[in-house]
Write a protein that binds this ligand. Structure first.
Ligand code: SAM
Ligand code: SF4
Length: 503
């Protein structure tokens, strides 16, 4: 879109219409939001050098799969003793197994538009980055990108947009419909995207209702930093400069009926311990407002270098690999029911190390240039938002997971069966959701192996599936009701070519 006096005027009046003050104020308590910097600092200061005994008690609470209170999370964050950290890594791994077993979910991001009115000092899409080539995929181009991804066997995408009148709700809706429209032939049947998650700017409730109606999965908005002075510094202009409009983006999504929301912080902007506390307070405030339901997922991206974004090349609070492991561990122990997403921003070796301490979802075969899957954009730094750490194919990543004893689940049954929000929390808490998930993981992995796997991945995958089926057959829980016969029937039908069967 060429910049003229007129388009600038249109963009400005659009920007003025985005924020609805009443859709922020309704969630405040006594005029205050849920981030009290003094309270967070106080918890962190009071927890310095915690006693071993105290930490072990907190670990026990996590192992009972209960959400931690801020003072407990603060104590975990302040542990200095390396041996105690080892105990925490082990406990986080155990919590993950108890809630999610050995499942991992994969997805791919689909960048649809990089037009943006904001000026986030860490992002290559920022408005003042004149070297960035701006592009918005039309529905046909979205379909082409999706065909590539569905052709690899992906079942979940996250669509990503800059904030701009060109990528307002009409466009978001249109592009999501284009994704859901795609069906590609596979070896034994057809492939399609069954869950579209969204990472977009904060929207108003009426716009979010429209996304709910289109059938989105998770609506993600990362707060970037919960520390208000830092937030103001790195978001100098545009709509994003409004901290509270963003802080309550997920509350509005829940109010609009989107049950699954994803929180996140961009690590490197401010002190990591503060940000973990911010994420916990965010989860708690969602629970307060929505009958005990917190975020479906939490993401913890680290700031990566992006061209035209000075701050990303001189990270103010660098987070090293060991610290990232601590972040995942404390999050896993603090919010046991929340999915944790690790992205291809991180290199393969580190992903191998972080997944066992609590990660539940990760992307694969990722490209973040606009039009990049179809070979149009490319992975050059000036065409993308930031640089990736892991560009391996989906098949390679799945093979590695299988070698680690993990089963890749392509299950999207949860939201299609209404197992979201409160319902899923109750199922998770009683351990029943895990049962559905285990069966669906096997069914969807069977489908993927038959339709998409190369020889090597197939061999590794068969080993995992064989072990899973044995566990299912030997687990007395599956012998109640008709779950086991249903599973066997679906498994056999999939083997003879039927598709998309789930319990
Ligand atoms: N424009 C929307 C927004 O800002 O929420 C959504 C898209 S934005 C591209 C998605 C996320 O990318 C941001 O929330 C931010 O956390 C992350 N991001 C931006 N620049 C980054 C960088 N240099 N390294 C890593 N992540 C980055
Ligand atoms: Fe725009 Fe989002 Fe990038 Fe900020 S992070 S410049 S809002 S695309």
């Amino acid at each position: 879109m060429p910049e003229t006096k007129e388009t600038n005027q249109t963009t400005r009046s659009w920007m003025d219409s985005v924020i609805r003050r009443d859709e922020v104020d309704r969630y405040l308590q006594n005029g205050k939001d849920f981030i009290d910097e003094d309270e967070i600092s106080c918890h962190l200061n009071n927890s310095r050098n915690p006693e071993k005994q105290q930490i072990r008690q907190i670990i026990q609470k996590s192992l009972a799969v209960e959400r931690l209170e801020p003072e407990e999370a603060a104590a975990l964050l302040q542990v200095e003793d390396p041996e105690l950290w080892e105990e925490m890594y082990a406990a986080a791994g155990e919590v993950k197994r108890r809630v999610y077993d050995n499942r991992i979910v994969t997805f791919a991001p689909l960048y649809c538009s990089n037009y943006c009115v904001n000026n986030c000092s860490y992002c290559g899409f920022r408005k003042d980055n004149k070297t960035e080539k701006r592009r918005r995929l039309n529905p046909e181009e979205v379909r082409k990108e999706t065909e590539v991804l569905a052709g690899l066997g992906h079942k979940r995408l996250i669509v990503v947009y800059g904030e701009h009148p060109l990528s307002d709700v009409d466009y978001i809706e249109e592009s999501i419909r284009a994704v859901y429209d795609v069906e590609v032939p596979t070896r034994r049947g057809t492939g399609s995207i069954r869950r579209v998650n969204v990472n977009a700017a904060p929207l108003s409730i009426d716009k979010l209702r429209r996304l709910h109606e289109v059938g989105i999965g998770t609506f993600q908005v990362f707060q970037e930093t919960y520390h208000k002075p830092t937030y103001a510094r790195v978001h100098p202009s545009g709509i994003k400069a409004d901290y509270r409009w963003r802080l309550y983006a997920l509350h509005r999504a829940m109010e609009a009926g989107v049950d699954d929301v994803g929180a996140g912080a961009l690590f490197g902007l401010y002190d990591w311990k503060f940000e973990v506390m911010g994420l916990l307070y965010h989860a708690m405030d969602l629970e307060r407002c929505f009958g005990g339901i917190g975020p479906h997922t939490i993401s913890f991206p680290r700031l990566n270098p992006a061209s035209g974004a000075e701050l990303s090349q001189h990270v103010p609070y660098p987070v090293d690999d060991q610290t990232l492991k601590k972040i995942v561990t404390v999050l896993r122990l603090s919010v046991p029911y929340t999915g944790l997403i690790l992205t291809a921003r991180e290199p393969a070796k580190l992903r191998r190390e972080l997944i066992p301490v609590g990660v539940t979802q990760t992307d694969a075969s990722t490209r973040i240039g606009i039009g990049a899957y179809n070979g149009e954009g490319n992975q050059e730094i000036d065409r993308q938002q930031f640089l990736l750490g892991d560009t391996r194919s989906l098949s390679e990543v799945i093979r590695e997971f299988a070698d680690m004893g993990l089963i890749t689940s392509f299950c999207t049954a949860g939201y299609r069966c209404g197992r979201t929000g409160e319902k899923i929390m109750n199922l998770l808490k009683t351990g029943r959701e895990g049962k559905f998930c285990k069966l669906n993981a096997v069914l969807t992995f069977r489908e993927w192996l038959d339709d998409f796997a190369d020889e090597e991945t197939r061999t590794a995958g068969e080993r995992v599936i064989g072990k899973e089926i044995l566990e299912i057959e030997n687990d007395p829980h599956f012998h109640d009701g008709n779950l086991l016969p249903l599973f066997r029937d679906y498994y056999n039908r999939l083997a003879s070519g039927e598709r998309d069967l789930y319990v």
